[in-house]
Design a protein around this ligand. Structure first.
Ligand SMILES: Nc1ncnc2c1ncn2[C@@H]1O[C@H](COP(=O)(O)OP(=O)(O)OP(=O)(O)O)[C@@H](O)[C@H]1O
Length: 238
């Protein structure tokens, strides 16, 4: 179940990420500012599995959000492949985001949609061709849920819901897959299965996988670990 069938699921190759002198601060209610990314410079290799590790509040999610262009930095540049995503037009940014897959700790499935329609949800506004439906089916097969296509999220276990979320993250053929504590809501056995699935899919498709985690055990399975403290990667991160 954990080895995906050869369905041509990802035709994009993983891209390298180069974060250069990136800072991001948030203004707090009392008027003070909190620096969540503090002059961060780091390079993430293409097609590898990299873990970002650090205490709660150290800036892991912020870094993922900046790489995924969910958020914009106050300063610095982020290059993904050949593109500087910090200088893209709104339209180019939307195209870029469509090539990024996200997996979150909370699965964020849409309760009223079936499993298949959740997987197709990122394609909203685009024509859902037979090819795309076939691809959703192939992805659900790859994550071991082909027989639950018509189920609603509430009818699935947490691990199954996260598998749907992984299939959804892959529907846009991402060159970069960002996973923020993807096993944080799962028991340890289910978490191990989901991790294995992510790593298998990442290997098979050569996607660049960047995962934020507290879990040292998960981090040890990565090809590279970046430690973050107070919004700054440690020196070994570069
Ligand atoms: N939108 C926001 N507004 C204000 N402060 C924020 C916002 N987002 C994050 N922060 C703050 O920025 C810092 C870094 O947060 P971030 O979520 O990146 O940390 P994290 O390492 O992912 O934490 P956790 O492991 O608990 O998810 C924290 O102090 C957090 O409170």
């Amino acid at each position: 179940m954990t080895s995906a069938p050869d369905t041509g699921i990802s035709e994009r190759t993983g891209l390298a990420v180069r974060v250069e002198h990136v800072s991001k601060s948030y203004r707090l209610g009392d008027g003070s500012t909190l620096t969540a990314a503090d002059d961060v410079t780091l390079h993430i290799e293409a097609g590898r599995f990299t873990c970002v590790v650090g205490a709660s509040g150290s800036g892991k999610s912020t870094l993922l959000h900046l790489i995924g262009a969910i958020d914009r930095p106050d300063a610095g540049t982020i290059r993904v492949g050949e593109q500087d995503i910090t200088s893209l037009s709104r339209r180019a940014l939307a195209d870029y985001r469509a090539g990024v897959g996200f997996v979150f700790q909370q699965f964020h499935l849409i309760p009223a949609l079936t499993v298949t329609d959740n997987v197709l949800a990122p394609l909203v506004g685009r024509k859902i061709s037979d090819d795309r439906r076939a691809r959703a089916h192939d992805l659900l097969e790859a994550v071991g849920l082909a027989d639950r296509k018509t189920a609603l999220p509430s009818q699935l276990s947490g691990g199954q819901q996260q598998r749907v979320a992984i299939a959804r993250a892959l529907i846009g053929r991402p060159s970069v897959l960002l996973a923020d504590e993807p096993t944080g809501n799962l028991d340890s056995q289910t978490a191990a299965g989901v991790m294995q699935l992510l790593v298998d899919l990442q290997h098979e498709h050569g996607t660049t996988l960047v995962m934020a985690t507290h879990d040292q055990g998960i981090a040890r399975s990565a090809e590279r670990i970046i430690h973050i403290t107070d919004g700054r990667p440690h020196s070994e991160a570069i």
